[in-house]
Ligand binder design. Structure first.
Ligand code: COA
Ligand code: ZN
Length: 296
């Protein structure tokens, strides 16, 4: 690993692009499949090492991603880039594998209330669904990411204690996740909360396997990234154009924008390999292809 920056921060960071999934799942406009494919390809061309492509969830839960198979099949993959997809259950995994997935993400919740709202099951029930997925991931050599939603604040049950997050992290890690992504789904975390959670989590998860996923709803995303960097975290999620949020988290627009994250990191002398000048055109092309349904 290279020397830290003058400020003692990591010299290199992996930016995980989640716009095509986290962004487009809530985008009100209709985005043609072709434009989604072009968006994913443009982001990989811009140097993003990981581009989360879509979700193989129930189309009634997330209608905007009902074309998951077609999108994943049609994306021309660049070598060296990882293209994970979300799967909530074995049905989703079968669909993802049939469409050629080799990297998948499962998503657990830190709170029972959010688990019910997002996954229609208790935390224990969702882990029963994850077990066969993880087994298959291990036997087929799939890359496996485990998300923890609402790791700081839950829109239904309020502030989330680090102990609850640690318990879920432990279970995801036991399933064999290559990486854990700690998500501030509603964008309400404060840097002191990031410090407190990382203090706790880094006692059980190696720092190079921990990713932070911030939304900028409360305007603190970059401060939270900074707290993560100071704790040594080197993987951060973001969404090109700041697209998105989570449809099951009321009042959660605005993922941290990839261009904002990358320019912030560059200004701190931290390398990402991302060409920021290629991000905006990718978003502009996506928006140009989108059509807005007439109001009812
Ligand atoms: N792919 C496609 N369809 C699926 C599916 C999958 N992975 N899983 C379930 N379905 C379908 C079922 O066939 C059924 O369809 P029907 O109503 O036409 O019969 C319907 O979805 C309900 O299935 P069921 O097994 O009863 O699931 P559920 O209603 O308990 O929902 C989830 C559980 C997890 C499948 C659903 O809540 C979901 O997909 N959530 C995703 C949430 C999400 O993506 N959030 C954004 C990330 S923050
Ligand atoms: Zn998100």
């Amino acid at each position: 690993m290279s020397e830290p920056t003058e400020e003692g921060l990591p010299r290199q960071v992996t930016v995980v692009e989640v716009g095509p999934r986290d962004g487009l799942q809530t985008e009100p406009a209709l985005v043609p499949t072709e434009a989604k494919v072009a968006f994913v390809e443009a982001l990989a061309d811009a140097g993003l090492p990981v581009v989360e492509v879509t979700s193989f969830v129930s189309p009634s839960a997330v209608p905007k991603l009902a074309d998951a198979e077609e999108v994943l099949r049609r994306v021309k993959r660049r070598s060296g880039v990882r293209y994970p997809v979300l799967v909530p259950n074995i049905r989703g995994l079968d669909r993802a594998l049939a469409a050629g997935a080799d990297a998948i993400a499962i998503f657990a919740s830190a709170t029972e209330a959010f688990s019910q709202a997002n996954l229609r099951g208790s935390i224990d029930e969702t882990f029963e669904r994850f077990e066969p997925i993880a087994q298959r991931a291990r036997s087929d050599g799939l890359w496996l990411r485990g998300y923890i939603s609402v790791a700081f604040h839950c829109p239904y049950s309020g502030p989330v204690h680090p102990t609850a997050v640690r318990a879920v992290a432990h279970r995801l890690f036991d399933l064999g996740c290559n990486e854990l992504a700690i998500a501030d789904t509603v964008g309400a975390a404060m840097p002191t909360e990031v410090d407190a959670l990382l203090d706790d989590l880094l006692t059980i998860v190696p720092v190079d396997r921990l990713a932070l996923h911030f939304h900028d709803t409360g305007g603190m995303a970059l401060e939270n990234v900074e707290a993560g960097l100071r704790a040594g975290v080197r993987i951060f999620d973001s969404s090109a154009g700041g697209l998105g949020g989570c449809p099951f988290a009321p009042g959660a627009p605005g993922n941290l924008a990839t261009e904002t994250l990358v320019s912030y990191l560059e200004a701190r002398d931290i390398q990402t390999g991302v060409d920021i000048d290629r991000i905006i055109p990718a978003v502009v092309a996506l928006r140009a292809a989108a059509t807005h349904p007439a109001p009812a």
